[in-house]
Design a protein around this ligand. Structure first.
Ligand code: WTA
Length: 664
């Protein structure tokens, strides 16, 4: 499998998969059973967004109704204006009030095998358990002085306490900022500082492929460089040695000891901040995407319900493999799933631990009905071999999902045949941290699918392909993916940087939200995402700014200048290629030792996801006469392509030939 070929086949893919009879036979309720219903609902959502979303919102509990569904003054949206609610109530109490308190809300599974027979540590939390845990921790946070409007930073592994901490923050009106546990200390420093967070919740460590990731040590290092952190709450999970700072550190268990099991939910304004989630953009600094309560709650629960056809009482079990450190985990492990009364599976560790069949073994053991993962994972499963899924009974599966990057048809077909027994619908869900939930996606049992296409917009999403003047382009012409109307879970800004919010999303085509992706629409109206149009690369479905990696590289003594671009990668989709020029002191000492040192440096500065796949040393970087690095050229070189780019503005032609050599 080579990615350029995969891209080629993506452009010519024509196979159409109609909704399977097997799916229809197994699902008693199909929320959107056919294309006529989809079209009618979509049209209604376009013509009367207020009426449509009021109806969707009426499925949830509000402590005070809205006076107006939407107030829109581009680029500022307010949804469910004047209403109050609490998302933790909609995730938990509403189910208890409906008499479902003893039903399972979260099925958590730890990574390590607990005995030689391969037994696993599993915790099942009912809605009643979840309420007790959330309330006691919420009271614990209050005892530390956390109050409505504060931002609490969560840097934890995939343990149930992470979901509990998020919901506890929501319960008392504090916002959370979850930092992915794979990020290094510097990433924590930037995010805690930007969010002005004075309480951090962490774990001693996190299990990953049998090893312990030292989360608490990373927090210690970060806090030593910060001034405003008052408390670090630490959950003991792995039992690894940690340093303890008496006045500042508190053990999770001590914090909740003796706390009341009840904590009255704060009545929050629909537009109060629910969370910040940092994501990469085209400049060095990650941006804190702001999501508010009401619209996000309604949109994530509604998309989850329709996109996965969630139906309570049908023994469904939903498993999204994403880490909660990313938006997919926020929306489709926690907030979008719990209100739908279907158990959500949280898995702590790696997909290939102890063996490559871990997920399939889990599907069989927990009778998972919905499996949602990323194309990069599917490509890894393919590489590991068909024997792993074959060993297990996957007949519980009903719907399969993908997210994070375009899926190459080869991986789609493999997923369809080997995991979905050729009858589970695949929902290729296109969305972003900024959109809060799915914006373009098939609906199972309804939308005919074509491998590689995320198909049609979700209700309320006025997606289009336009040129820079905002004119809609004819079928199959590539252009900018935009959204022309506000939707409930749209971001409400970049924390502390209004100018960047406007500049990034609203200035390229005035009046429209520009997603940052290039895309086209085919004759049937289906969307095909072509990839980012900015300096963001999508590595294994995770967004990274090339500038972030460049800044990490130049912070190493040996490096003077660095340019980072994406390159095709068999498993990751996009890998990281770095071109670096060296300081005089290091010239002549290039080679694998320095490459390794630079890779380790980047891992230390950002985290393992940013580790370059290729580093090429060069005497100079190709630049235009005005001094801009010619990234397109570097992309071609990294992909091993002869450049078709116009190089007439290139300052030094001889450089090109030199950069193409695999090594100096
Ligand atoms: C890409 C992840 C094609 C896209 C939820 C987007 C996709 C970026 C798909 C957002 C998909 C996500 N098909 N591309 N189904 N899903 N993308 O913020 O480039 O981590 O802009 O959100 O991932 O990444 P983010």
């Amino acid at each position: 499998m080579s990615t350029p070929q995969a891209i080629e086949s993506l452009l010519t893919e024509t196979r159409v998969f109609e909704p399977s009879q097997a799916f229809r036979a197994r699902s008693k309720t199909v929320h959107c059973p056919d294309m006529a219903t989809y079209r009618a609902l979509y049209q209604r959502s376009m013509q009367d967004p207020a009426g449509f979303w009021a109806e969707m919102a009426s499925h949830y509990s509000w402590s005070k109704p809205w006076s107006k569904v939407l107030e829109w003054e581009c680029p500022d949206a307010k949804w469910f204006v004047g209403a109050t609610t609490n998302i933790s109530v909609n995730c938990i109490d509403r189910q208890i009030d409906a008499g479902l308190g003893d039903q399972v809300a979260i099925i958590w599974e730890g990574e390590p095998s607990t005995n030689d027979a391969g037994g696993h540590e599993v915790r099942r939390l009912t809605y009643a358990d979840l309420k007790r845990e959330v309330c006691t921790f919420a009271n614990g946070l209050k005892s530390l002085g956390v109050k409505r409007g504060d931002v609490v930073t969560l840097y934890m592994g995939m343990v149930p306490e992470l979901a509990i901490a998020m919901l506890a923050c929501a319960r008392i009106g504090a916002a959370h900022s979850v930092i992915f546990g794979g990020f290094a200390a510097s990433a924590i420093v930037d995010r805690v500082q930007d969010a002005n967070s004075s309480v951090i919740v962490t774990c001693d460590g996190a299990w990953r492929r049998g090893q312990v990731v030292p989360l608490k040590a990373n927090v210690d290092e970060a806090v030593s460089r910060l001034t405003g952190v008052r408390h670090v709450v630490c959950l003991h999970r792995c039992g690894n040695d940690i340093k303890w700072n008496g006045g500042r550190d508190i053990c999770w268990h001590d914090l909740v000891k003796g706390q009341s099991h009840e904590c009255a939910p704060e009545a929050m304004d629909s537009e109060d901040l629910l969370f910040l989630l940092y994501t990469s953009g085209s400049t060095g600094k990650p941006k804190g995407i702001r999501h508010t309560i009401g619209g996000y709650m309604v949109f994530t629960a509604t998309t989850a319900r329709y996109t996965f056809n969630l139906v309570p009482g049908e023994n469904q079990v939903f498993f999204c493999t994403a880490d909660i450190g990313w938006v997919t985990g926020h929306s489709y492990v926690v907030y979008g799933i719990l209100p739908n009364r279907v158990p959500t599976v949280m898995y702590e560790g790696a997909p290939n631990f102890p063996k490559e069949d871990r997920f399939w073994e889990m599907v069989e053991r927990h009778k998972i009905t919905h499996f949602y993962t990323a194309p990069t994972a599917i490509r890894a499963f393919m590489k590991w071999g068909d024997e792993h899924p074959k060993k297990h009974d996957l007949s519980s599966l009903i719907v399969l999902g993908t997210v994070g990057e375009p899926i190459n048809p080869e991986a789609w077909i493999w997923y369809h045949e080997k995991i979905g027994s050729s009858h589970c619908p695949i929902v290729d869900t296109m969305w972003q941290t900024e959109t809060g939930g799915h914006i373009i996606t098939p609906l199972p049992g309804c939308t005919p699918t074509v491998p590689g296409s995320c198909t049609l917009p979700f209700f309320g999403i006025d997606a289009a392909i336009v040129n820079e003047q905002g004119e809609e382009l004819p079928p199959n012409q590539g252009g900018l993916l935009v959204i022309r109307k506000p939707w409930p879970a749209m971001l409400r800004g970049i924390h502390g940087d209004r100018a960047r919010y406007i500049e990034t999303y609203w200035s390229k085509v005035p009046g429209m939200y520009v997603a940052g992706d290039g895309a086209r629409r085919d004759e049937r109206g289906y969307f095909w995402i072509m990839g980012r149009i900015d300096d963001v690369i999508n590595v294994s479905g995770h967004r990274l700014g090339t500038m972030e990696v460049e800044s990490a590289l130049v912070s190493h003594d040996a490096v003077v200048e660095a340019a980072v671009v994406g390159m095709p990668h068999e498993i990751k989709g996009t890998g990281i290629a770095a071109f670096v020029t060296l300081a005089p002191t290091h010239q002549g000492v290039t080679g694998d030792a320095l490459r390794k040192a630079l890779c380790e440096h980047v891992t230390k500065e950002i985290g393992a996801i940013a580790r370059p796949d290729m580093i090429r040393f060069t005497g100079a970087l190709p630049k235009t006469r005005s001094g801009k690095i010619m990234r397109r050229l570097l992309r071609d070189i990294a992909a091993g392509k002869e450049s078709s780019q116009d190089t007439t503005t290139l300052e030094d032609f001889s450089l090109l030939a030199k950069l193409r050599e695999t090594d100096e």
